[in-house]
Ligand binder design. Structure first.
Ligand SMILES: [Fe+2]
Length: 226
């Protein structure tokens, strides 16, 4: 029987293909994401179901799911509910000036990837939950990234701090490798599917002189991840 994670990821791939013509992600890039996810080896043994996570940001999940359902019928959302319990939820950033704005308001979990429920070293895909009225501070990473917004209307900036944009449920947000970006929620939490390719085991970094300035590259200290 097909695993719920496979059903969910196949649904995401279908949505990516449907949304390709809207141009929110460069066509060749989106094609690579789709190819990588198509090539997933679902026969690889999944990791054990993690013990229930005690991550404070998960308190926003109930409202996020309600908002996702309110968007209307979506096969992905049905499969999503089954995935939440097998997601290895993490917060992975240590407490710092950089992480304070969102550290207790988010939860992230990799369904496929180097640390995922289904292992992969080529691509990672997971869930990212960000509570209401919260900013995931400016950061960058060597992997390219696609967010698929399931609920919550967000304001985000990529590359240029003077050019905020908005995204709504159903939209894709694309970030190229090493582009600096942040994302801010409104009154509704954001639940998004993230996909990384390039080096899915890479960690995010930011600059030590504050958002959007120059400065020295630093990796935020991590916790509970090797
Ligand atoms: Fe990112």
């Amino acid at each position: 029987m097909k695993h719920a994670v496979q059903t969910f990821v196949e649904g995401v791939v279908q949505m990516y293909a449907l949304k390709a013509p809207n141009g929110q992600v460069p066509g060749a890039e989106l094609g690579e994401f789709i190819d990588l996810l198509h090539a997933m080896d679902w026969s690889a043994e999944e990791r054990p179901i993690p013990s229930p996570a005690t991550i404070t940001g998960l308190r926003h999940m109930q409202n996020a799911l309600a908002a996702a359902y309110a968007e209307g019928p979506c096969p992905i959302v049905d499969a999503l509910r089954l995935c939440i319990g097998v997601t290895p939820w993490e917060t992975y950033y240590a407490d710092s000036v950089w992480s304070q704005p969102f550290l207790h308001e988010f939860a992230s979990g990799e369904l496929i990837g180097p640390n995922g429920f289904f292992p992969s070293s080529d691509v990672s895909l997971g869930l990212f939950l960000l509570g209401p009225n919260t900013t995931y501070t400016e950061h960058a990473h060597t992997s390219s990234e696609v967010y698929y917004i399931l609920c919550g209307t967000v304001t985000y900036r990529i590359g240029d701090p003077q050019s905020p944009r908005t995204a709504k449920p159903g939209d894709l947000i694309y970030t190229a490798p090493n582009e600096r970006h942040d994302i801010q929620t409104g009154d509704t939490p954001m639940l998004a599917v993230y996909t990384w390719k390039g080096d899915p085991s890479a960690t995010s970094y930011h600059y030590d002189e504050g958002p959007w300035l120059g400065g020295i590259l630093v990796h935020p200290p991590l916790v509970n991840r090797g």
